[in-house]
Design a protein. Structure first.
Ligand code: DC
Length: 228
């Protein structure tokens, strides 16, 4: 496996993209990049600093003051997101950020800022990147594109169980509402909406286990690496 490729994984919120991307990266010894974390960190900065989502000049100034980087965490086998030197990996998963991040990710200047950094990270190949526009905009020439889907009710339930572990006050209704809201904004926004690339392979994981999903994707990756 000396020929490194780019693996782009896109799909709706909470359908297991990150779990799959991380597992593939560990197995292939590739770098895993969770691009949603970058939009979440930017949203956190905007919320903390009360940046208006509508004021172009204010947004550009804010982006100028944002430095994002990932640092590998040997415990989680993935990288933590750092915002201006602060580890914000846990903070960016909280509801306060989740409920606003889609609006922030819909801003063209924010996307340009994040996409340029994502493309730079992929220059050496050997990466698994997950997001919404990886196979369509960030790496339209990625050797393997996977579009992950799952039934919305199943997704909401999985997310609810995940969040409940750290926030027992969370309700299923709030989680389902947030998912529907994010899916809507992500797929209807003007700039780089969530779309399935025509050459993406679809992986519906509603009724398969994480292991089965992993095996399918790993086989696709091995095929593409061999033929690359
Ligand atoms: O994958 P996630 O739920 O952490 O993503 C957070 C938000 O960022 C979500 O609303 C979609 C958006 N996003 C995006 O627009 N483009 C990406 N490449 C990744 C995430």
């Amino acid at each position: 496996m000396s020929n490194k490729i780019i693996i782009a994984i896109d799909g709706f919120s909470s359908c297991g993209k990150s779990t799959l991307a991380k597992a593939l990266a560990v197995k292939l010894e590739y770098v895993f990049i969770d691009t949603g974390a970058m939009y979440r960190a930017i949203a956190l900065y905007f919320l903390r600093n009360k940046i208006s989502f509508k004021e172009a000049a204010e947004i550009l100034k804010a982006l100028d003051n944002i430095k994002l980087h990932f640092e590998y965490n040997a415990h989680t086998l993935k990288s933590d997101m750092f915002l201006n030197g602060e580890n914000v990996e846990l903070l960016i998963r909280e509801m306060q950020v989740s409920s606003k991040v889609s609006e922030v990710a819909a801003i063209a200047a924010v996307r340009d800022f994040a996409v340029a950094q994502q493309q730079a990270m992929g220059q050496q190949k050997g990466i698994v990147m997950d997001g919404r526009d990886i196979g369509t905009v960030v790496f339209p020439n990625a050797e393997l594109k996977i579009f992950v889907t799952a039934d919305p009710v199943i997704r909401a339930n999985r997310r609810f169980l995940e969040l409940q572990a750290t926030d027992p006050s969370i309700t299923m209704e709030a989680v389902a509402e947030n998912l529907t809201h994010r899916d809507h904004i992500d797929s209807t926004r003007e700039h780089s909406p969530l779309r399935q690339a025509p050459d993406a392979l679809v992986l519906d994981n509603s009724h398969i286990s994480k292991e089965e999903q992993f095996d399918i994707a790993l086989n696709w990756a091995k095929e593409r690496i061999a033929s690359h």
